[in-house]
Ligand binder design. Sequence first.
Ligand SMILES: CC(C)(COP(=O)(O)OP(=O)(O)OC[C@H]1O[C@@H](n2cnc3c(N)ncnc32)[C@H](O)[C@@H]1OP(=O)(O)O)[C@@H](O)C(=O)NCCC(=O)NCCS
Length: 151
Amino acid sequence: MTADVSLEPIAPHHAEDVQRLASDPDVVATTNLPEPYPENGAAAWIAYVMPKHEAGEEYAFAIRKANGPLVGVCGLVGVTEEVAELGFWIGKPFWNCGYATAAGRETVRFAFETVGINRVFARPLECTAPSRRVLEKLGFAFKHTETHENP
Ligand SMILES: CC(C)(COP(=O)(O)OP(=O)(O)OC[C@H]1O[C@@H](n2cnc3c(N)ncnc32)[C@H](O)[C@@H]1OP(=O)(O)O)[C@@H](O)C(=O)NCCC(=O)NCCS
């Protein structure tokens, strides 16, 4: 399935939609978003990430369905001259419509062509079959499994 999306650098006017979609327990359960999602979480995250986006240290985008609503968020973290980590989540009402694949493809293109790095990796949780499927569709190759211990 090919979806038509546009990516907008994250900005304060996205906070209300991000807050509503990120507050869904089914979304936070499989991401590194805080659980429960804090009341002012979206506005605080946007204030944190905007200067990093400007400085080229991280990139965060609102994913907008063509001429439609905000459906999720994607971006790059840990950006160096050579490598960055891809991340994304989609609001539950919009799952399985191809949005993560389309947004991920645009973000990888942005990483290679605009930022100029030469490697992008991702670290989906083992339990997240859909996100691993998205990465497969984007051409990512499986490397290894990492184990994390709770602090
Ligand atoms: C994972 C997530 C980003 C996928 O977004 P999406 O827009 O629904 O993804 P797409 O529609 O582009 O693709 C989903 C693919 O997973 C497949 N899929 C869905 N449920 C599946 C399951 N239980 N097992 C295997 N594949 C599954 C879909 O069929 C589709 O593949 P296809 O195109 O070959 O049919 C979204 O579900 C999400 O945000 N989930 C919660 C948070 C999360 O897991 N984030 C990822 C952290 S890295």
